[in-house]
Write a protein that binds this ligand. Structure first.
Ligand code: ATP
Length: 366
């Protein structure tokens, strides 16, 4: 019996609402699949926590993140709550840097039943690998402002930082079935090497690493052109790798092509720790109404099980990840379970319940 200690950080806005449904789904997995137990422990984080305690990431929360097997994160930050320098409260970014969660893994997958966003409804199933610890966001908290006249943030690209994210992307491509267009594996490097020296270095490093994976085709795209390809031929892509800020922006665009941010999960992982959270933020515009789409958070929990399965060579955790994804895919085929962002009228709780029930039903058919 594998027991996993999970640090649960619901955070702000819709974070606690989608987290509640996700824990329901995980409890259903625990009951349906033998040999798997979760110990959930909740911790404070985010903007509300900052207002109440003076810190957005209390020491006990940080310690729990390090001591747990995985971190399940909701969303943090509220537009009206800011640090003194004007930046938003974003403990998820702090955790990425302090726990060295260098790989931001963001699947962009269109599920059957979701109304088409793109003309022709192309099949979409690729994964964005966003470098999480350097790039332009390495300047967070360290940029320079000179009086009221000048501000500078630097792009940081290191050989080691680029090598490890690129290697992770190629290893990940080996485990996938390839791009929907032709079933072939490929890794696409997205950069702006035609303009910036740092980006040319990113591409050079990508090319060097790609030569040790000769059986996986490698290709390049400039980030501006990539925004067009993601809309016009998304079925071409399998695994895509890029620096931090480009990954932040393109993963939101990708989410838009599959039904919105409520459908986009993510994993932030390093060699030691793993944090799993939806790609969306706290969505204060819909918070407290019970209408947030919980699927991105639920899918992030499936990614957590997948990661734990890999680390612990645990087939039960693997089964759990698969059970969540299949249940979710089935539930989405029925528009009665679509929240307003998907054009439906379902509540967060109805969707969570439906996924939990589907997992139970598939474990006990008939
Ligand atoms: P951040 O910068 O923290 O990532 P953001 O500014 O990108 O946040 P979000 O909080 O992600 O903003 O919300 C962007 C829009 O997407 C909002 O209109 C919000 O209502 C919608 N949205 C985000 N997540 C969901 C969800 N789970 N269900 C429904 N709508 C969502």
């Amino acid at each position: 019996m594998a027991t996993y200690k999970i640090a649960v950080l619901p955070g702000d806005g819709i974070g606690p609402e989608v987290m509640k449904e996700t824990l329901k789904v995980l409890r259903s997995v625990e009951r349906a699949i033998g040999g798997l137990r979760f110990e959930f422990q909740e911790y404070a984080v985010g903007a509300r926590c900052y207002l109440e305690t003076g810190t957005d990431l209390p020491p006990e929360t940080f310690a729990a993140c390090k001591e747990s097997d995985a971190i399940l994160f909701g969303s943090a930050g509220l537009p009206e709550v800011r640090f003194k320098d004007g930046t938003e409260i974003a403990p998820q970014l702090t955790l990425r840097f302090t726990l060295d969660l260098y790989a931001g893994i963001r699947p962009i997958k269109k599920y059957a039943g979701i109304r088409p966003v793109l003309a022709g409804d192309p099949p979409i199933d690729y994964v964005i690998f966003r470098e999480n610890t350097e790039g332009l966001y390495a300047s967070r908290g360290g940029g320079v402002k000179v009086g009221e006249e000048l501000a500078v943030d630097n792009m940081v690209i290191t050989r080691q930082g680029t090598e490890r994210i690129v290697k992770y992307a190629f290893h990940f491509a080996q485990r996938r079935k390839g791009a929907p267009a032709d079933g072939r594996s490929r890794v696409t490097c997205v950069d702006k090497s035609n303009v910036l020296r740092s980006m040319a270095f990113f591409r050079e490093t990508f090319d060097r690493i790609s030569s040790s994976f000769p059986y996986i085709p490698a290709e390049h795209a400039y980030v501006d052109a990539m925004t067009v390809y993601m809309v016009q031929k998304p079925q071409w892509f399998d695994v895509v790798v890029m620096e931090n800020m480009f990954g932040d922006i393109l993963s939101d665009l990708g989410a838009g092509t599959i039904g919105g941010l409520g459908m986009a999960p993510s994993a932030d992982v390093g060699d030691t720790y793993g944090l799993f959270q939806p790609s969306h933020g706290s969505a204060p515009d819909i918070a407290g109404q019970g209408i947030a789409n919980p699927m991105a958070q639920v899918l992030s929990a499936a990614m957590m099980l997948d990661w734990l399965a890999d680390r612990r060579s645990d087939p039960q955790a693997q089964k759990g990840a698969k059970a969540i994804e299949s249940a979710m895919a089935e539930v989405l085929k029925d528009p009665r379970y679509h929240t307003p962002d998907l054009g439906g009228r379902a509540t967060t709780a109805i969707v969570g319940e439906a996924v939990a029930e589907k997992i139970k039903a598939s474990a006990n058919p008939g």
